[in-house]
Design a binder for this molecule. Structure first.
Ligand code: ZN
Length: 306
């Protein structure tokens, strides 16, 4: 993997170059541990990371010397894909979190950037959206999708110019803004592609949430795949500076099986295995549990009447 082609960058939201960068996280890279699996979603946390600094202007935490966009695109293209039960659970959590915003907009065309197997497109279709389309770089994720969803998904990295301006009522980007080289480009491209009155929905980790602060360096947000980390303030800044109105960023709960929560916990792997065995033996592992794990549901609207 060509992940050593790295260059300095300013804050990817506000373009500020801090005179004295505040180091948020020291670099922890072990090239021997970097695998293609490092770049897939919902895997077991590895706790490798590039150096991250905090922007004093907009509160974003970001890798100031990230690998090139091309190297990242290639890493995601070849990433293995993982877990569909958790993707289903996440999609339902997102529908619940965004129901007020979804109820305010036209149910015409919807686009999801980083759609995985397209499970959220399925939920949007059920919610009443007439046309759904997703963009996904991982070949393995698309191959894992049922045939009817594969027809909705375009393989590749999202490029705004691939779609006509003002052609969508809804654009979603969940757990993806952390992974890209230029989150501002995504938010601004989505703005151009939305019709007036349309909504942009994003789910991001919140590095300032209690759970992530308690876990510190063992938090699953600390990962080689994250080019930036948002707080509620910085994801709001991203949307507002990209032109959106009525921006809101709120915490919400994710509902997952207890077995999956165990996998995410920062316990030693031997302990995880025995807890997992107990969960499987009792059947308790399949029970679902809602927890606020420090994620943010952010929404902004394109000004104007639909
Ligand atoms: Zn900034």
């Amino acid at each position: 993997m060509q992940l050593d082609d790295r260059h300095d960058r300013p804050c990817p939201i506000c373009q500020n170059v801090p005179a004295q960068p505040e180091i948020f996280l020291e670099e922890r890279i072990d090239p021997g541990k970097l695998t293609e699996f490092s770049f897939s979603s919902r895997k077991e946390p590895e706790h490798l990371c590039y150096q991250m600094v905090r922007c004093p202007v907009c509160d974003l935490v970001y890798v100031d010397r990230p690998p090139s966009q091309g190297a990242l695109a290639n890493a995601y293209h070849t990433a293995d894909y993982d877990s569909s039960e958790e993707a289903n659970d996440a999609a339902l959590s997102y529908i619940r979190a965004f129901t007020p915003a979804l109820s305010r907009i036209q149910k015409g065309a919807a686009l999801e950037i980083g759609t995985g197997t397209g499970i959220f497109l399925e939920e949007l279709s059920r919610f009443g959206f007439r046309d759904v389309v997703g963009v996904e770089p991982s070949t393995a994720a698309i191959a894992a999708a049922p045939a009817h969803r594969q027809a909705w998904i375009r393989e590749g990295i999202f490029v705004g110019d691939d779609f006509p301006a003002e052609s969508f009522d809804l654009i979603c980007c969940f757990m993806t803004l952390e992974h890209v080289r230029d989150p501002r480009d995504i938010a601004e491209s989505a703005f151009r592609l939305l019709r007036p009155g349309g909504a942009f929905l994003a789910v991001t980790h919140d590095y300032r949430s209690i759970v992530n602060r308690l876990l510190g360096g063992r938090s699953p947000i600390i990962d080689i795949e994250h080019m930036q980390l948002f707080s509620r303030r910085s994801v709001s800044a991203l949307l507002e500076q990209s032109g959106y109105a009525n921006v809101e960023a709120r915490p919400f709960s994710n509902r997952y099986s207890i077995r999956y929560w165990n996998r995410l916990m920062p316990f030693p792997s031997g302990m995880k295995k025995s807890v997992n065995a107990a969960l499987n033996a009792t059947g308790l592992g399949r029970a679902k549990l809602s927890l606020n794990v420090g994620n943010t549901a952010a929404v902004g609207f394109k000004p104007g009447q639909p």
